[in-house]
Design a protein around this ligand. Structure first.
Ligand SMILES: *Cc1c(COP(=O)(O)O)cnc(C)c1O
Length: 223
């Protein structure tokens, strides 16, 4: 689907939900996509992108940023503490703050740099053991802990279980955000971004619907 079509579907979902046009940010998820498709999307005007691996992002985005001004790169995959410094060099937003150890490391590095990117706390709404994110019952305490470290939290992020209806997960994320005074909601992917918008998403993360299926194993890097 073209960028224009995705944007049009987002605009329609905003209208249906009675929300102002432009209230939802599209994060184009470029992980494991052919570089030509990413460049096409940049040429079509898209500037906000998401990557889920620090290493993969390091292999393509510094060069792309030289060609295209105004790129905003979001980390949407798990972050190891030993990659925090590199992640802070590469990313403008980190959506996957999910544990106290990572919060402390980010706070230390942010203090050393004198700046910290906007952060989303990832919530494991489905309480899946293999998935990152704080458990819903622990979210309030974790958010408070991050705030006590002066970390700039802007919202919450979730990835619902693949085989479940996503709407209840979106609704739960919104409830946790509201009671903690967080306005950002990163939820909704290729198959469910319209539902997420109807439930209050401010940021949707769309990969395959925009770029086509991902390349198996690793994805493309600039030669
Ligand atoms: C890959 C990924 C996406 C995009 O998934 P699609 O189904 O291709 O839209 C969104 N969010 C996260 C966290 C991802 O890892």
């Amino acid at each position: 689907m073209s960028l224009a079509e995705i944007r049009n579907r987002i605009a329609q979902a905003e209208r249906r939900a009675g929300r102002p046009e432009g209230s939802v940010t599209l994060v184009a998820v470029s992980k494991m996509q052919p570089l030509e498709r990413v460049i096409e999307t940049l040429e079509a005007g898209q500037r906000v992108f998401g990557e889920n691996r620090v290493q993969e992002a390091a292999g393509k985005w510094p060069a792309l940023r030289e060609r295209f001004a105004g790129v905003e790169l979001h980390l949407i995959g798990p972050l190891q503490t030993n990659k925090v410094r590199q992640a802070l060099e590469l990313f403008d937003v980190i959506q996957t703050l999910d544990r106290p150890k990572l919060a402390r490391k980010l706070a230390d590095e942010a203090q050393a740099r004198g700046a910290c990117p906007p952060l989303y706390v990832q919530v494991n709404t489905g309480e899946e053991p293999q998935k990152a994110g704080v458990a819903p019952a622990e979210a309030d305490a974790f958010i408070a802990e991050c705030r006590a470290m002066d970390l700039p939290l802007v919202g919450l992020m979730c990835i619902p279980p693949v085989n479940e209806e996503p709407a209840p997960h979106f609704a739960l994320l919104r409830k946790i955000a509201e009671r903690n005074g967080l306005s950002g909601l990163s939820m909704g992917m290729s198959d469910d971004f319209e539902s997420a918008i109807s439930l209050g998403a401010t940021t949707v993360r769309v990969g395959s619907a925009l770029f086509g299926p991902r390349e198996a194993g690793g994805g493309s890097r600039p030669a």
